[in-house]
Design a protein around this ligand. Structure first.
Ligand SMILES: Cc1ncc(COP(=O)(O)O)c(C=O)c1O
Length: 443
């Protein structure tokens, strides 16, 4: 019989090395951004701060994995989890539960009137996967298109429509019918045009290529309203409306993936509001659970009724778990009561002002972009930027100073996603560390 070892690592560990030894021996290392075995090993978090096993403090300008945007351990989320933990953690997903129904009604109240039918899942990837399944079932078609700069997750179906990060390579073949089309990366426009003189001819060109490939009609176009993981790429005004029109012309559904952009992060409640577009299906995840794993898809009566009538079935063991629904319900209360969309604008503007100052002393920064809590900078592509790519060098220097962020587009973009709990003093400290890191790297 196997006898489990009894002395836990937290009682044995003297230093980070000991934790990393466990990582080497007992973890299948699949992290998105790092392949090497390295620290920091994070031990606890509060608000906008995270501490490692040595007690070193970091400003978390990544909001965990973007899921702690309310701030780590927001007191309202902690209280909701504690209460739910004592009452009802998990339920059979064959029955409705009260937390699920309370959340469904509340979430519908945050959306345009026609988006009112919710399904709760566990991650952004599975929400997108189910949204695609619903589009296929509704249209009777199987083909799906997505911009070449987007990210929709790493399950099989969501990875198949993730073209913007390179993480779709080496896992195929996928199910047939996943196509990329040219997305609006205006800063380095693939067809060397400038907005607004270009009149967004990229959408025409992209859809012509798409039409030439599609065999039986598109089931859906899926996109983010701002491409976060693809490099904080903001479509020009009108792009999303043009994509909506392209979907309509083809009888395809528009799925908007608001994992990163929804629930107040960009300064509106939803990323799609800027262009006055309403999707057929919206997917929601990341900070929806205040740090707990939960996602949602929301669609219209027409689509929900149609797929229900055909017997559409979907559920995981933890679908609509009451504890996760209670956390998400508390998140929605916090967003409304603390007016987080307005606060996102204020923090974003404040961070952008400081990034402009940093850029003035570091001409290696070629572009600043983003909205609300998602801000990014892109380095010049001059060969003098050196190897490894500048983003990775600056990130390493910033982490050693105590600032966490993420590196995108193969090291040419840095992304900053400060939680809503971030103070002006913390913004000052973060940009000062960024400034020092750039100087250390000779950039
Ligand atoms: C826009 C977008 N969609 C989907 C996902 C996947 O979400 P998850 O990691 O929860 O599966 C992510 C994750 O970063 C994302 O940024």
């Amino acid at each position: 019989m196997i006898t489990p070892r009894t002395t836990p690592i937290h009682e044995r560990a003297q230093a980070e090395e000991d934790w990393l030894t466990v990582a080497a021996n007992n973890v299948l290392i699949t992290r998105l951004d790092k392949t090497e075995l390295s620290g920091p090993v994070l031990a606890r978090a509060q608000g906008s701060l995270v501490w490692d096993v040595h007690g070193k403090e970091y400003l978390d300008f990544n909001s965990g994995q973007m899921c702690s945007a309310l701030g780590h351990s927001h007191p309202r989320i902690v209280a909701a989890i504690k209460e739910a933990a004592g009452e009802f953690i998990h339920a059979s997903s064959s029955f409705f539960n009260t937390q699920e129904l309370e959340l469904a009604e509340k979430l519908a109240g945050f959306l345009p009137d026609n988006l009112n039918r919710c399904l709760f899942l566990e991650s952004g990837s599975d929400a997108n996967e189910v949204a695609i399944q619903i589009a296929k079932r509704y249209t009777g078609r199987y083909e799906v298109a997505s911009p070449h700069i987007g990210f929709h997750g790493l399950s099989d179906a969501s990875r198949a429509v993730t073209f913007g990060t390179g993480w779709n390579k080496g896992y195929g073949p996928y199910a047939p019918g996943a196509y990329a089309f040219m997305g609006p990366y205006c800063f380095r426009c693939p067809i060397r045009l400038r907005f607004p003189e270009c009149q967004m001819v990229c959408v025409d060109g992209a859809t012509q290529v798409l039409d030439s490939q599609v065999e039986g009609g598109l089931a859906a176009i899926i996109t983010e309203p701002l491409f976060s993981a693809g490099g904080v790429i903001e479509p020009p005004p009108g792009w999303l409306a043009a994509v909506r029109a392209a979907a309509d012309e083809r009888g395809a559904l528009l799925i908007l993936d608001e994992a990163q952009t929804g629930l107040g992060k960009l300064g509106d409640m939803w990323g799609f509001e800027r262009d006055g577009v309403v999707p057929d299906i919206v997917t929601i995840s990341k900070h929806f659970g205040g740090g707990i794993s939960i996602s949602a898809i929301v669609t219209t009566d027409e689509i929900a009724d149609a797929v229900q009538a055909t017997g559409f079935t979907h559920g995981h063991s933890h679908t609509s778990d009451p504890l996760a629904c209670a956390a998400a319900s508390a998140t929605l209360d916090v967003i409304r009561e603390e007016d987080l969309p307005t606060k996102a604008k204020e923090i974003g503007n404040s961070l952008r002002r400081r990034l402009v100052e940093v850029q003035q002393s570091h001409p290696s920064i070629a572009d600043l972009r983003g909205r609300g809590l998602i801000q990014g900078l892109e380095f010049s592509d001059s060969p003098s930027m050196g190897v490894p790519p500048p983003g990775y060098r600056v990130e390493a220097a910033a982490v050693s100073l105590g600032l966490l962020m993420s590196v995108r587009r193969g090291g040419s973009v840095l992304r900053f996603v400060p939680p809503w709990s971030t103070t002006e003093e913390q913004l000052d400290r973060a940009t000062s560390m960024l400034d020092d890191a750039l100087t250390t790297c000779g950039l």
